[in-house]
Write a protein that binds this ligand. Structure first.
Ligand SMILES: O=C(O)CCC(=O)C(=O)O
Ligand SMILES: [Fe+2]
Length: 286
């Protein structure tokens, strides 16, 4: 069975005022297809270029193994030289992904290739992040710790994106004290016998191509599946809704430390308890 997902509206270009009125204020997702045609990155950025410019950097890699109590919150599973990683991406499907790679810090000259768009928002300039993945790899369903607005620019190949807003949390098998859903849900083809509450969830979908921008409103859940090898850059602006800001502060100041503490204290028992709670709580809403 397929999820109840609406196609995200697509527009070619947009003025600052229309972006604010039609998407930012009402907090609606949108794909802008041609807003970076004037960036050097639009013609330059592809996997071969990144290998040339950053091939000797050591990068942190994640695969799709379940969360283990042995890892700290968001700890990488392996490291590789960027050149070896890109060779691997181009050669065969791989589960290894790069998640949250700070390009400002790692390869400062890449900054000259993009601009912060004028959408009437203040970007967090220290945090432009890159994400890479191979054919059929996916980034688990999650929302970001600070519930930011995310401006997600895609380069090379195609990536399928599934989004939900925060109102859907009760149907999504959210893991307590964390920012993810049950990792054993295949959001591209969910098993409704196991996960019946997902039938009630209402979300959004799109498939991004080179040069497209996906705007994800504050705190939106996102699941990304790389249909072909590629990479994306996310620019972010802080959450403005007071309740979202409060959750962001709670997550950053308390939640992640408490979760790490419990992993050390109770080990796998803590992970298993959280996974069970996700089902118990969500099945009240099936
Ligand atoms: O594209 C990905 O792999 C994940 C992107 C993401 O999680 C983000 O931009 O916050
Ligand atoms: Fe994210």
């Amino acid at each position: 069975m397929k999820l109840n997902l609406q196609e995200i509206p697509r527009i070619k270009t947009i003025s600052k005022q229309s972006f604010i009125d039609d998407y930012l204020k009402p907090q609606k997702p949108v794909v802008i297809e041609q807003c970076i045609l004037d960036w050097p990155a639009y013609s330059k950025w592809n996997l071969n270029f990144i290998r040339e410019i950053a091939g000797d950097k050591t990068v942190p890699l994640y695969d799709d193994r379940p969360v283990s109590h042995k890892d700290a919150f968001n700890e990488p599973h392996a490291t590789m030289k960027m050149s070896a990683y890109i060779n691997l991406l181009q050669k065969e499907p791989t589960k290894f992904r790069i998640f949250l790679w700070n390009i400002l810090k790692e390869v400062p000259q890449l900054q000259q290739d993009f601009k912060y768009p004028d959408f009437g928002v203040r970007f967090m300039k220290a945090l432009p992040m890159l994400f890479f993945g191979g054919t059929n790899s996916h980034t688990f369903m999650h929302y970001d710790i600070d519930l930011a607005n995310i401006f997600h620019f895609h380069f090379e190949g195609q990536k399928q994106c599934i989004l939900f807003n925060q109102k859907q949390n009760k149907y999504l098998y959210k893991i307590p004290y964390s920012l993810i859903t049950r990792e054993d849900i295949d959001f591209t083809n969910p098993d409704y016998k196991k996960w019946p509450a997902l039938k009630n969830a209402r979300g959004f979908k799109t498939t991004l191509k080179h040069g497209e921008l996906l705007y994800m409103p504050e705190g939106y859940w996102h699941y990304m599946k790389y249909l072909t090898p590629g990479f994306s850059m996310s620019l972010r602006t802080v959450a403005r809704k007071p309740s979202h800001l409060a959750i962001a502060l709670y997550n950053i100041l308390f939640m992640r430390h408490f979760d790490n503490f419990m992993r050390r204290l109770r080990g796998q028992w803590w992970i298993d308890w959280k996974n069970k709670q996700a089902v118990i709580k969500t099945h009240r809403h099936r």
